[in-house]
Ligand binder design. Sequence first.
Ligand code: UT7
Length: 335
Amino acid sequence: MYSSKITGLGYYVPENVVTNNDLKQWMDTSDEWIQERTGIKERRWIDPKTEDTTAVMGAKAAKIAIDRAGLTKDDIDFIVFATLSPDMYFPGGGVQIQDLLDMPTIGALDVRNQCSGFIYSLSVADQFIKTGMYKNILVIGSENHSGGLERSTRGRGVTVIFGDGAGAAVLSRSEEKGKGILSSHLHSEGKHAKELALIGPSTNRWVPEIMEDNDPEDVSYFPHMNGQFVFKHAVVRFSEAIIEGLTANGLQKDDIDMLIPHQANLRIAQFIQKKFQLSDDKVYNNIMRYGNTTAASIIIALTEAWEEGKIKDNDLVVLAAFGSGFTWGSVVIKW
Ligand code: UT7
């Protein structure tokens, strides 16, 4: 069995900054409420006049990651692409990356696990590398939330939280034992699917049906979140996933050098930090600047932490996520 290690990281966020105060033009909200409940100060929302889309942002992040890995697009054997906001209902965004980066006709897999999308994607890529099937895999998380959010007071409980952006990692074959991805653990509990979901348009509620109803009260095509219910489950599942990852590797909480939690809410991250008694330099958060970018959040945060020199050789890095599905999981990496 081979090991798999991250050899390149990159991220891209749209230039357009939307502050909490900017949101007041659409809804009754306040900077104070948003910061107090979520920690968010601003987020990036795509300016529709630019070329940016979920796939375009993913391709921009991917180019940086491939360069930093010291590779070219032709060295990549496979693409794993995570998003809940693809440019098209079908096909998924993976094939767009293959095209945008002008890559050979390699395989492209789409992952639909929302906030856990990057954890699931990394785990899938890890299995392909470890078994020897592929040498270099591009793993991408990208989201364009802004176009689909309800910009009104009715939608404020969800809309203020989400931001756009993309991140990418190159996962490569390694023969160094005890380094790279040590483990991944994945979970789901579908009975709570509707607590954080976008119901239509889908086969459950097709576009013609939505148009025919023409119901101004219809919110089925906006994301819905039962915030407090999700919050309560998040703090429990985050902890479980981290403990599971540490235990599987015979490690303790004191062994963690860097925890990168999915950026869902600063209060959740702070709860986890306290529970695991981690000092501020051992948890990386950037939700203040980007909001929740779902499948992109962990990989953007990981890239920034690495760029800032906060992740060094031999560090134990733990990634953990929880979100819609519900799905959750962790990845433990020896850098
Ligand atoms: O990434 C996927 C996983 N997601 C999560 O883990 C998110 C988990 N949940 C949360 O982070 C929090 O539940 C939220 C940040 C979404 C909401 O915070 P909350 O403290 O649970 O607030 P709430 O939904 O209970 O709403 C409290 C009040 C309500 O008013 P009333 O009924 O008490 O009068 C809301 O209408 O705050 C109101 N409210 C707002 N007020 C100003 C809701 N959204 C806003 C807003 N601005 N944007």
